[in-house]
Every structure is written in C-alpha cells, then in structure tokens.
Write a protein of this length. Sequence first.
Length: 112
Amino acid sequence: MIGRELKGIRNATLGETKEILEKRVSEGDLGFEQQMTLDYAKKFAKLTKEEGAKLVAELMKLEKLNEDAAVKIADILPTDEAQVRIILAKERYSLSHDEIGEVLKIVGKHAK
C-alpha cells in the first residue's frame, strides 16, 4: 500500500473488515493478501459492521473482557461455555461460570 499513511492500529470485526475492503475494491485492485482477506470475510462474517460494533461495545462493559477478546467473541459468536473458554484460553484471566453465562446472554441477543 504505497502512498497510504498508517494512522493507527485497532481491532476490527470481520464485518467491518469486509466493508472496508469492499470499499477499496471500488477504488482499484486489491493485493493478493487483501483479496484473500476479503474472500474470508465474505465467507465467515456473521454480523454487519454496525451489529458487530454494538456487540463489542456491550461486551466491553463487562469488567474483565478486553477489546481483543470482545472482537474475537463478536466474530465467532460462541454458543456454549466451552467455546468461550477456548476463545479466552490465551488471555491472562479467566471468567467464572456466571461471567461466561453473561457473555453468552449478550451474544445470544445479537446472534441471528
């Protein structure tokens, strides 16, 4: 991406990634990695940019979750406790049974 300035780094859900890359397609050709990322996002994005942002914001209200974990949860939309534990396996904290239940309740409201 010669000529583009890096303005910052932040997490993005698959829905947001898909929207960004689809907009860049209209500006010109995508590189190989970008095209592969767009194909992946089209295939696996379960929520739109707006829905994902709402879910991440609601998950961020929980005390222990950081933005990385909230975005992963929004992309995967876990359906049971084991899936949440797997998503959070590399984090330096763990959630209690009740906290995982709260995560699943929030995800259930946003899942299609």
